[in-house]
Design a protein around this ligand. Structure first.
Ligand code: FES
Ligand SMILES: [Fe+2]
Length: 328
C-alpha cells in the first residue's frame, strides 16, 4: 500500500489486544497482534513462515505465539524456538522466523513505526490539547474509502449545510468565512466561521489570522492520520484514521470530556457517540461516491477558497510521501 513512510501510525486501541492473538488488516498487510506475559504488545505478519497458515488462529503459550497448523512456537521477536515434529533436541532451520515490527503503546492506542528501524524514534504525534484530566469513550467504524478521502472529509468546511442539514449543519449556514489555515509537515490547523449568506463579504486574510491567534483552532490534524475537533474547552471529538488497505479505512472515534462521575460519563459518551455516528453516517454516504478513491490521483478536482485545508493536506501529503519515502 502507498503510504507516507517514517511515521508513527496508530493501528488499534490498546484494549483490543489481549493475550490471545488477533488478526487485523492494517496498512495493507495482514498482521497478528498479541501481548507477552508482562503486557507488551507484539506485532508480526499474520503468516507462519512454515506453510503460511494464519498465526492469529493459534494461541499464546508461555510467551510464545503458537501456530495452529503444526505447532511451531515463535518468541516475542518472531524467532522460531520449537518445532514439535523435530523434537525438543531438533534443529530449527535458518529463516524460520516471522517478521516483527516496532510498536509502542500510548494514549490508549498501539502505534506502529512504518519505516526502517532506527536507534531512536521521533516522538508520537499527539494533541497537546488533550493533555491532562481527559476521559473518553470510543466507537469504531470501517468505511470503504481510501484514507485520503476520509481525512479530507474532516477538513472540509463547506459541506455542513448540505450533508449535515438535519444535524450539525441545520440553519442554512452555507457561507464560509475563511478558513484560515496554518499548516506544515506535522499537521494542519483550521479556523472557520459558517453563517447564512446575507450578501456579506469574506474577511481579509490578515483579519482572519489576527482572530485565529486569539483562540484554539476549530480543527486540528496531525500527520499521518489523527484529527481533533474542538467543540469547547471541555469537549473534543477525536478520530484516528487507520488505513486498512487501498479501499478501506478504519475509524477510531473518541468523545473526549472531563466528566468525573463514571455513570454520567458513560451516559454522555453513549449519547454523544450516538449523535457522532449519525453525523458520520451522513458523511459516509457521499464520501463513498468520490472518485478516484485516492485523492492524490484526483488531478481533475477544481478547488474553491473554502477548500484551503484540503489543498494543504494534498500538498503536504505529497511532500511527505516524497521525503519520507526517499529518506529511508
Ligand atoms: S504452517 Fe505454521 S507450523 Fe506449519
Ligand atoms: Fe461531515
Amino acid at each position: 500500500m502507498h503510504l507516507i513512510e517514517n511515521q508513527w501510525y496508530p493501528l488499534l486501541e490498546s484494549r483490543e489486544i489481549g493475550r490471545h492473538p488477533i488478526g487485523c488488516e492494517r496498512l495493507g498487510q495482514q498482521l497478528v497482534f498479541w501481548r507477552t506475559a508482562d503486557g507488551v504488545p507484539r506485532v508480526h505478519y499474520d503468516r507462519c513462515p512454515h506453510l503460511g497458515a494464519s498465526l492469529s488462529r493459534g494461541k499464546v503459550s508461555e510467551d510464545r505465539l503458537v501456530c495452529p497448523f503444526h505447532g511451531f512456537e515463535f518468541d516475542a521477536d518472531g524467532q522460531c524456538r520449537h518445532i514439535p515434529a523435530n523434537g525438543c533436541q531438533g534443529n530449527i532451520p535458518k529463516g524460520m522466523e516471522c517478521a516483527s515490527f516496532h510498536v509502542c503503546e500510548a494514549h490508549g492506542l498501539v502505534w506502529f513505526w512504518l519505516g526502517r528501524p532506527r536507534e531512536t524514534y521521533p516522538p508520537l504525534p499527539y494533541f497537546p490539547e488533550l493533555e491532562g484530566g481527559w476521559r473518553y469513550g470510543t466507537f469504531t467504524a470501517t468505511w470503504p474509502v481510501h484514507y485520503s478521502r476520509a481525512i479530507e472529509n474532516q477538513l472540509d468546511v463547506a459541506h455542513l449545510a448540505f450533508v449535515h442539514r438535519t444535524t450539525i449543519g441545520a440553519g442554512g449556514r452555507s457561507f464560509v468565512d475563511g478558513p484560515h489555515v496554518e499548516a506544515d509537515t506535522t499537521g494542519i490547523k483550521v479556523w472557520v466561521t459558517n453563517s447564512r449568506d446575507e450578501g456579506q463579504a469574506h474577511s481579509a486574510e490578515d483579519a482572519l489570522a489576527a482572530a485565529a491567534s486569539q483562540k484554539e483552532p476549530g480543527l486540528h490534524f496531525l500527520f499521518p492520520g489523527i484529527w481533533l475537533l474542538n467543540i469547547s474547552p471541555r469537549m473534543k471529538n477525536f478520530i484516528a484514521f487507520v488505513p486498512m488497505n487501498e479501499r478501506e479505512t478504519r475509524y477510531y472515534v473518541r468523545v473526549y470530556h472531563r466528566i468525573k462521575n463514571p455513570v454520567l460519563a458513560k451516559v454522555y459518551e453513549w449519547f454523544v457517540g450516538l449523535s457522532n455516528r449519525l453525523i458520520l453516517d451522513q458523511d459516509r454516504r457521499v464520501v463513498v461516491t468520490q472518485t478516484p478513491l485516492d485523492s492524490s490521483q484526483a488531478k481533475d478536482d477544481r478547488f474553491i477558497g473554502a477548500d484551503r485545508a484540503i489543498i494543504q493536506f494534498r500538498r503536504l501529503h505529497a511532500k511527505l510521501m516524497e521525503e519520507g519515502n526517499g529518506s529511508g
